[in-house]
Design a protein. Structure first.
Lengths: 405, 139
């Protein structure tokens, strides 16, 4: 049976798995203790629950539990990694390498670091959304302390060659940090085999609660340290002070455990639906998939429907289907997606894009419905689009002198 | 951001979508906006030369719901008006009628520009001088 509305914005956030919620509830009421209370059973229970969750989280990424620093989410973990390394390794250097398609939590933190005297290189990406390893190698300097490249992109799902990147960073004596927010829990991520020194990730992108995330900080070969960005009680090996969000952490742990168990079967099902959705929508004329189709998360596809504007398109079905667009109009800035522009897409195609983010609870019926609704709306709006009419008449839209705007 | 009922209605049932013969002497065409900006409007008027009345108006718009609604509304207002009265349509009238939020005011500006541009095209075709308009402020 078709369940409406359809939620296809799982890269923004995922619904919480009921199994996760169930695990969390007692930690709001019965077991409400402070994990730092060392002298009574309430504290012990809380600490034990956190320790268990820390193991569950660590296991998902092949880490040691001691290497997990709980935070309020991926944004905080990104900030802690970048600013923390910048401060801690100031004597070694001040240069950081990142990419133009990173999440704002990384890019804006880098901008902040530049104001503090840091030097940042922003690598370009190719039309698939991948960085060039030769460019990375060439950008390495003796003062480079950190390479910060995301595991998978939030808008297009492109997966970076993480192993190769970490090898280059290591060769030049720099640490490798990756924003794993979109990847962890979705695809196999292993900090050992991938050579990751620091990694940010978040519970609510993998069917866990909002308000909790983690920074993985390597303890062995090399032993990595970050300067705390918040002063206080010295929690989390003194790297992140603040009373631990016990129910959130318990939920995060459970979410990781479920992802680990279900990843393979979930992905088999979801990628099949994603591929069907993509194949059907690509039957429309002038439809283009953005980013790499080969190196890509199995849950996402980002498609531009030329000569139709993204927000206008969403309006055709957004009562019943939740999606995101790279169009300017969905943000306050009126600028289209910087990620799509970094791929070399013209502003017109960036304005025409939709991101479909499938998830664990997406059904085949919902995909059928989405295919039908999106196709119909694209056709309807093209009938209404002067650009489509001109395109059909064979007019080269690039040769028209558009009014300055 | 929630759309007003009127915007939704124009989006779902747009009035006067279509194309008039742009080579015809009594048709004025205005094409404004740019694909890079995410909105392009083409607005056309057909004028009865004898009376100076607008007998038909059509539009096609590439843009968000508010841009589509603004142009749809503009064509409704244009039909039956004299060219002189059409010049009096102000973008803020559109904002008010459609309840556009501040971030969408540029859609109404674009519609006003499209009206003026169509009228000037008509004037130029019929040997009249183009009217000079002040630069639009919001874009």
């Amino acid at each position: 049976m078709l369940k409406l509305p359809v939620y296809l914005d799982n890269n923004a956030t995922t619904p919480m798995d009921p199994r996760v919620l169930e695990t969390m509830i007692p930690y709001f009421t019965e077991h409400f203790g402070n994990a730092a209370s060392r002298n009574h059973p309430f504290g012990w229970e809380a600490e034990e629950a956190v320790d268990y969750a820390r193991e569950q989280v660590a296991k998902l990424i092949g880490a040691d539990p001691k290497e997990i620093i709980f935070t309020s989410g991926a944004t905080e973990a990104d900030n802690l990694a970048l600013k923390g390394v910048f401060e801690m390794y100031a004597q070694k250097g001040n240069h950081i390498i990142t990419a133009t398609t990173e999440h704002k939590a990384v890019l804006d933190t880098c901008k902040h670091i530049e104001k503090l005297g840091g030097e940042v290189t922003y690598l370009q990406v190719n039309k698939e959304g991948l960085i060039d390893l030769k460019e990375l190698e060439a950008a390495m300097r003796p003062t480079t302390i950190l390479v910060a490249i995301m595991y998978a992109n939030n808008e297009i799902g492109t997966i970076q060659p993480v192993k190769e990147i970490s090898t280059i960073a290591k060769k030049h004596g720099a640490l490798f940090f990756t924003d794993g927010t979109q990847a962890v829990g979705k695809i196999p991520v292993n900090v050992q085999t991938d050579g990751i020194d620091l990694m940010a990730f978040s519970a609510h992108k993998m069917y866990g609660p909002k308000g909790v995330g983690a920074l993985y900080v390597r303890r062995k070969s090399p032993r990595v340290k970050v300067t705390a960005q918040m002063d206080g009680g010295g929690h989390e090996r003194a790297m992140r002070s603040g009373t631990l969000n016990v129910p959130g952490i318990v939920g995060f742990g459970k979410a990781c455990e479920i992802c680990m168990l279900d990843m393979e079967s979930d992905n088999a099902r979801i990628s099949k639906m994603r591929d069907r959705l993509e194949t059907e929508l690509m039957k429309l004329e002038e439809a283009y998939v953005n980013g790499s189709r080969e190196h890509r998360l199995p849950q996402v596809t980002n498609i531009s429907f030329k000569h139709v504007e993204g927000e206008g398109l969403l309006m055709g079905f957004n009562k019943n289907i939740a999606l995101s667009s790279g169009s300017a109009c969905t943000s306050a800035s009126l600028e289209p997606s910087y990620v799509l522009k970094a791929l070399g897409l013209g502003d017109d195609l960036a304005h025409s894009s939709l991101r479909f983010g499938l998830g664990r609870f997406t059904t085949d019926e919902q995909i059928d419905y989405t295919i039908e609704q999106v196709s119909n709306t694209v056709l309807k709006l093209r009938e209404m689009s002067p650009l489509w009419e001109m395109y059909k008449e064979g007019i080269d839209l690039n040769k028209i002198e558009w009014a300055a705007h | 951001m929630a759309y007003s009922d009127k915007v939704i209605d124009h989006y779902q049932n747009p009035k006067n979508v279509g194309t008039l013969d742009k080579s015809s002497k009594n048709v004025g065409t205005g094409l404004v906006g740019a694909p890079e900006c995410g909105d392009v409007m083409r607005l056309q008027i057909q004028v009865d030369e004898a009376t100076g009345m607008i007998t038909d108006a059509k539009f096609k718009t590439f843009g968000c719901g508010s841009a589509i609604a603004s142009s749809s509304l503009a064509t409704e207002w244009l039909k039956g008006k004299s060219v002189d009265d059409a010049l009096k349509i102000d973008n803020m009238d559109i904002v008010e009628e459609l309840n556009l939020p501040p971030v969408k005011i540029h859609c109404s500006v674009l519609a006003e520009d499209a009206i003026k541009s169509a009228i000037n095209d008509y004037r130029a075709k019929n040997g009249m001088e183009k009217i000079k308009f002040e630069e639009s402020v919001v874009h």
